[in-house]
Design a protein around this ligand. Sequence first.
Ligand SMILES: Nc1ncnc2c1ncn2[C@@H]1O[C@H](COP(=O)(O)OP(=O)(O)OP(=O)(O)O)[C@@H](O)[C@H]1O
Ligand SMILES: C[C@@](O)(CCOP(=O)(O)O)CC(=O)O
Length: 518
Amino acid sequence: MSKFTSNTTVVSAPGKVLLAGGYLVLDRLYSGLVIATSSRFYSSVFPKVTTGDQSQYAVASRITVRAGQFPPEASAWSYDIILTPSGVKVKPVMGEAGRNKFVEVAVTKTLEYSIQWLSRGTEDGGKSVLSKIGKGLEVVVLADNDFYSQREQLTSASLPPRLSSLDSLPPFSPLPRPIGQTNKTGLGSSAALVTSLIGALLLHLDIVSLPSSDEAESMHAAKIGNLQGTPALDTIHSLAQFCHCLAQGKVGSGFDVSSAIYGSHIYTRFSPSLLKPLMSDLPPPGPDLMAHLDPKNWDQKVQAARLPKGIRMLLADVDAGTDTPSFVGKVLQWRTDKAEEAKELWTRLSDTNTRLEGMLARLIGMEDEEVYKEGSTMKQRDVRQLIQDLLFETASTLSVSPFHFVTALRADKKEIRSLMREMSEKSGVPIEPLEQTRLLDTCSSSPGVLGGGVPGAGGYDAIVLLVLDHPEVIRRVEDIWEGWTEMSVCPLSARQSDGGLRVEDVDQVPGLKQALAE
Ligand SMILES: Nc1ncnc2c1ncn2[C@@H]1O[C@H](COP(=O)(O)OP(=O)(O)OP(=O)(O)O)[C@@H](O)[C@H]1O
Ligand SMILES: C[C@@](O)(CCOP(=O)(O)O)CC(=O)O
């Protein structure tokens, strides 16, 4: 019998790349440009058909979450739903895999929220949640291969580190070691996991409805200005920000959770004070989650943004044999110590980031124009011509759009890198270490590369490039990466995803059904 029924719920959330605004975005006065990735986290909820072996009198039901591509014995976490005189409680079951803070907080707080939501104005005490959970739920979480380093998989299949090799790995490729011993690539696995898991549980319990994959993408492409305003997404946003902060034990800027929900955008953070009352373990009955997480009280800004057609993001996972410790504390300490100097740098960076965002918007505004369409009769230059010009550097004196804007974008990318290096030097934190500078300089001088940088907090772990989306441009970059000897550079297959959180049709996601059947 197939595991899939009309009662199976699959929800996915994208990973992230912070293209501009690292460190600045921690402060509400500044913003960050985050690109959501085509690589996603999938949470699939199946109703259990039997209650299993729970013999405890008070255990009403059990939710099990399994990380599908990891060794089974170390990668499943269960939560008992217990009936107590004061209502329904959720209790982690201690198993072989130990605790998974992100899964645990997402499951327990989502159920707490659901109980409050379904019992509002009634004396229900959680009974309707119990009836919806029935005999229990089994949740399988699966991440696209990009979230974890695939070096070992490529080496054991004798494949070179190129995009074409990544395409030949099976989707949701099994990984040999538990999550804690697996190298991540920096796409924000915990934020995408928490967001997709919360979305899947709330959808399964009929508390929200979510856009389908087509709806999510067209919603994103059509929207200008504020991306908020869809009640289900706005609610999941505050709940996911809360869970993510509680699990990681600190309040970050939250751009990763925000892009997991809304897709690519320009993010201005929420006030950290919003989460303060929820961050300590208060005695029962606990804080009123629904009131604290009501989107009406939240103040983040989510402005539509994306990469224009014809421009592609290329990502690489870098293994320099050096761990990147947390830089945030040190950079912020320098900012406090040298307030004047830092303010001046923050302002220059913010201005340049805003200019870059403006250039992207101008190019998007031209997408429907004839000059931008491939194959159109060209009175002016089209994108293909533009690529030729940039490949062979023949058009440096022309200011015909969109060439003009692409050239300006290139200058802004260069300026941002130089300012981030200034931040590096002044704070004494290797945000763009010399090894990365050498790699980025070489890539940036390759034809068709518009610029690059170290995403997010920077360090040794990854690089991101913006390139003209042309096979020749990409081939040349891959050649540089494959031949690089100072560090091992392995491409990631992610492109930009326009949409954020969405419900999936299991048959439309390559390899998902097979991975779930294992
Ligand atoms: N497939 C998975 N299944 C269950 N839990 C996972 C999975 N992948 C990641 N996690 C959880 O997320 C944690 C990693 O979160 P962490 O914030 O350290 O990394 P990240 O979100 O990938 O970071 P970055 O922002 O640098 O990309 C793991 O310890 C685990 O709790
Ligand atoms: C340094 C910071 O601004 C970005 C960190 O980005 P990443 O996790 O390195 O992609 C921190 C934050 O925004 O929470």
